[in-house]
Design a protein around this ligand. Structure first.
Ligand SMILES: CC(C)(COP(=O)(O)OP(=O)(O)OC[C@H]1O[C@@H](n2cnc3c(N)ncnc32)[C@H](O)[C@@H]1OP(=O)(O)O)[C@@H](O)C(=O)NCCC(=O)NCCS
Length: 150
């Protein structure tokens, strides 16, 4: 049988982006902010199942020294089939092709997603003497109980 999944380079529409995130249990984003953000993607992929978007991943960054992998998600009905790995392979492959060898690539691993990222060479910053830090622009921060997931 032919593969029902197709990985396309690019970003989803604002509405599809929000649906993909929330269907996977990630936080929703302000549509105006998403509309500003998506065109600034360095490299993105959208995974389709029979023509409909069911997963995605993006790389953002300065194109030279610093990149971040964000918005990795697969619809729950399609998880556990190697699709998250397919998205990560496409993103890290593009970094290997186009990013300078000295580039720093970071991400925030939420829950068991860390096991996926470890397969692609990502390591816990704390094992290297750093901690990841974050804040939200509306003023709250990690100790307020909000998740660090971007
Ligand atoms: C994280 C996510 C993208 C993984 O997608 P997926 O298609 O289910 O992952 P895959 O089937 O490609 O799994 C690849 C590897 O990741 C690891 N992995 C993925 N999900 C895992 C889980 N729940 N527990 C442990 N390991 C897991 C495994 O090592 C797995 O390899 P294996 O099948 O050889 O054991 C998906 O579960 C998801 O969208 N989750 C909700 C949103 C989210 O948390 N996104 C990440 C934000 S940081």
């Amino acid at each position: 049988m032919s593969d029902p999944y197709e990985l396309r380079v690019g970003v989803p529409s604002v509405e599809a982006f929000r649906r993909l995130r929330t269907d996977a249990g990630l936080s929703d984003k302000d549509p105006a902010a998403v509309a500003l953000a998506l065109p600034n993607t360095w490299h993105g992929v959208v995974l389709h199942h029979k023509g409909s978007p069911i997963g995605m991943g993006r790389i953002i960054g300065d194109s030279g020294t610093a990149f971040q992998i964000v918005d990795i998600c697969v619809h729950p009905a399609h998880q556990g089939r190697g699709l998250g790995a397919r998205i990560m392979a496409a993103l890290t492959g593009e970094l290997e092709r186009r990013a300078p060898a000295s580039a720093y690539v970071s991400l925030i691993a939420d829950g068991p997603a860390r096991f996926l990222y470890e397969k692609f060479g990502f390591a816990d910053t704390s094992a290297h003497g750093s901690i990841g830090m974050f804040r939200l622009m509306h003023g709250s921060h990690g100790s307020s109980g909000s998740r660090a997931e971007p």
